[in-house]
Design a binder for this molecule. Structure first.
Ligand SMILES: NC(=O)c1ccc[n+]([C@@H]2O[C@H](COP(=O)([O-])OP(=O)(O)OC[C@H]3O[C@@H](n4cnc5c(N)ncnc54)[C@H](OP(=O)(O)O)[C@@H]3O)[C@@H](O)[C@H]2O)c1
Length: 283
């Protein structure tokens, strides 16, 4: 039986997904690059990728994408669960419809795709599942509760899955980037900008939250942000290693922040956060 090493990547229209598709295609991997809108990834076709329409919130499109790769290659050999976005805002103010959309995109889509590719990987006794978590899967910043919750979920699911499928020849890898210069910051700021009516007790907090997100990618802090190819490089290393690491932490900023969170207790962490965000309270 020939082993399929076909790589299926979600969310290739921009950022990390796009950089990963390009890097892997250039290195000669058979890449299925997917996006919600095919017109957004036409140039990846010219770079050697096979293009697929795939919305991780749409079960029919998930099933069709996996069926197409399996029909052409026998199995999805490598799944890169990359599609995702940051839904930012105070817990009280983010509408439930948005909370559900955040989990559908960042968690349930990843789970469903993973479930569908596993039988093919098991049959060929070879597979790699690469899940995009974040340093935000190991620490929580104010205003990011739901985003962090989805990444903590990705961490837990990956830890359980790693044990469950290792004996079938399948590796599960978690990618934990710090700030990466992509569309991510703009999408998160747009979510925050949609919140906070004139009577909101969170108006000042929301204003600073927008500024903090912008500063993480631009401004002086933005110098610590990496290009998406830094993540693509780690993904390439993970899927080509005979024995990949469990977790790949990307950027020095992520190492420092995660180290600080491990080292500080909850109260000390909150005190540090109060130096960065105004704590919402009665006027
Ligand atoms: N950038 C960072 O600082 C950072 C840090 C840590 C972790 N991450 C993680 O890295 C991953 C990629 O983010 P990025 O930084 O590359 O951001 P990005 O440039 O905004 O890219 C996100 C990608 O996800 C896609 N997407 C969103 N909803 C989707 C859906 N329902 N179905 C299919 N695709 C969907 C977007 O497609 P559309 O163009 O159709 O919206 C886009 O291609 C995310 O999981 C994110 O949480 C990013």
């Amino acid at each position: 039986m020939t082993i399929s090493k076909a790589v299926l990547i979600t969310g290739c229209s921009t950022g990390i997904g796009r950089a990963t598709a390009l890097r892997l295609a250039r290195a000669g991997h058979p890449v299925y690059a997917s996006a919600r809108k095919l017109e957004a990834i036409q140039d990846l076709g010219a770079a050697g990728c096979t293009l697929l329409a795939l919305d991780v919130c749409d079960e029919a499109s998930i099933r069709a994408a996996v069926a197409r790769v399996e029909a052409e290659r026998g199995a999805v050999g490598v799944l890169v669960n990359n599609a995702g976005y940051g839904s930012e805002g105070p817990i009280e103010e983010v509408p439930m419809s948005e909370v559900r959309r955040q989990f559908e995109t960042n968690v349930f889509g990843l789970v469903q795709l993973t479930k569908l590719v596993l039988p093919g990987m098991r049959a060929q006794r070879w597979g790699k599942v690469v899940n995009l978590s974040s340093m935000g899967g190991r620490l929580t910043l104010p205003g990011g509760g739901f985003y962090h919750a989805t990444k903590y979920a990705v961490e837990a699911i990956s830890d359980a899955l790693r044990f469950e499928v290792q004996g079938f020849g399948i590796d599960v890898v978690v990618i934990e980037p710090g700030p990466i210069k992509t569309e991510f910051g703009d999408t998160a700021i747009a979510r925050v900008a949609a919140l906070g009516g004139p009577d909101s007790p969170y108006r000042e907090f929301l204003r600073v939250l927008q500024r903090q997100i912008r500063d993480a990618y631009e401004g002086s802090m933005g110098r610590l942000a990496a290009d998406p190819d830094a993540v693509a490089k780690a993904i390439e290393a993970a899927i080509t290693a005979r024995r990949p690491k469990t977790r790949y932490v990307i950027t020095a900023a992520a190492h420092v922040m995660m180290g600080l969170r491990r080292w500080l207790g909850d109260r000390a962490w909150d005190a540090v956060m109060r130096t960065q965000f105004p704590q919402p309270k009665d006027a």
